[in-house]
Design a protein around this ligand. Structure first.
Ligand SMILES: *Cc1c(COP(=O)(O)O)cnc(C)c1O
Length: 382
């Protein structure tokens, strides 16, 4: 009997690890040499698979990893007991002692956190690294910029904490340069008011992928936090970052399970939101929203078969999606259908696919489900 892992794939994601490594090197090369590279690998490395992705980014020389929580930090600790890791989200109080155990850096936004983390470090018998986060206009984590100095002092005074970084996060770096500039100014003003701060001795970081568009060489910034761009996706269409030439790492593929003809006037799929205007050949794909094809892409997305675009007809269903192959007589059962990626010189990119689904590339990547195996191309033999 064959095992499930040797079965052919009905829907899969291909992850090109060599492209990921090239992307890191290209992004780094586009920045001044002293800039350190913080690889953001939260949410299973944006759906690409945390261990495989992080191992390759370590090979490529990422300076620090940023994750959302301790479970992700623990997965990194399995790969490397020492590599610097920063947890970006707020910790729950009963997580504090585990942070001390994993020796990861924590984000601090409040005096209460300073006290908690200092206690946890004392109990663990070794210092904990922290990054002070300053809220310059995102309204999420961080101490409000006008109140940053007393919190900085409190960290300095905590016997068991080591200030490893100071950072902020932009709310609108993909579409509002003026507000981003205001956030940068607020951040730099707060740094200027911190007595005894030597920016060169810690991580000073603000830019996410989109921030790199308005990135300023001058000033104390010495690290960038890169998520989406390292996966080869631009944070906005027409982004200046196209000049970096990062390539897509992720592609999303399925296959044709059935081809048949239907007469004009047939209502297609649940709810009858599409009615055939002509006698048609349709293909049934072996994937649906149970795999991460968003239901919101119903009647809007297209897929590539044999290098040709074929539109989705009617609603995407849990396990199957219906497409029009009337204009592609060669379409046959077993054919590969590309949801996101390249095929025979044609391409559907993640941004276009996400637009069909009324969402953003970040969410599309996080929505590919567990049913979908990630197939790693170009591994290094880890
Ligand atoms: C997710 C995240 C990033 C990475 O953002 P991208 O737009 O994907 O580059 C950077 N900083 C913080 C605080 C984040 O939460």
């Amino acid at each position: 009997m064959s095992t499930a892992t040797s079965l052919p794939h009905r829907c899969w994601a291909e992850i090109d690890l060599a492209a990921l490594e090239r992307n890191l090197r290209l992004i780094r090369a586009s920045l001044p040499p002293h800039m350190r590279y913080v690889a953001v690998v939260k949410a299973d490395a944006y759906g690409h698979g945390l261990p495989q992705t992080a191992a390759r980014l370590m090979h490529a020389g990422a300076d620090l990893f940023a994750v959302a929580n301790l479970a992700e930090a623990a997965a990194l600790r399995e790969l490397s007991p020492e590599w610097p890791v920063l947890v970006l989200s707020a910790l729950l109080p009963d997580e504090d002692r585990h942070a001390a155990e994993y020796q990861v850096a924590l984000t601090v936004s409040s005096p209460e956190e300073v006290e908690r983390f200092d206690r946890a470090a004392q109990r663990a018998g070794r210092p904990l690294a922290v990054h002070l986060k300053i809220d310059t206009g995102m309204g999420r984590l961080g101490v409000w910029h006008e109140q940053a100095v007393p919190l900085y002092q409190k960290i300095r005074d905590a016997a068991h904490l080591r200030l490893e970084g100071v950072f902020t996060h932009f709310s609108s770096s993909d579409d509002d340069p003026a507000f981003t500039a205001l956030q940068r100014r607020r951040f730099l003003d707060a740094l200027d008011r911190m007595p005894g701060l030597d920016p060169a001795s810690i991580f000073v970081h603000a830019d996410n992928s989109a921030g790199l568009e308005t990135y300023e060489e001058a000033g104390p910034f010495n690290a960038v936090r890169v998520g989406l761009l390292q996966f080869g996706v631009l944070p906005s269409p027409g982004s200046l970052l196209a000049e970096v030439h990062a390539e897509p790492v992720f592609s999303f593929r399925t296959r044709v399970g059935l081809v048949k003809t239907l007469p004009a006037g047939t209502r297609i799929s649940y709810g009858g939101t599409h009615t055939l205007s002509r006698d048609s050949r349709v293909a049934i794909l072996t994937a649906g929203y149970g795999d991460g094809i968003p239901r919101s892409a119903s009647n809007r997305a297209s897929v590539l078969i044999r290098g040709q675009r074929c539109p989705v007809l009617g609603r995407v269903t849990m396990d199957q999606t219906i497409i029009d192959v009337t204009d592609l007589p060669a379409a046959a059962v077993g054919d590969e259908a590309v949801l996101v990626g390249r095929q025979q010189g044609a391409e559907i990119d993640l941004t276009e696919f996400s637009r069909w689904a009324d969402t953003i590339p970040w969410e599309t990547l996080c929505s590919v489900t567990k049913r979908v195996p990630r197939l790693y191309r170009t591994p290094l033999g880890f």
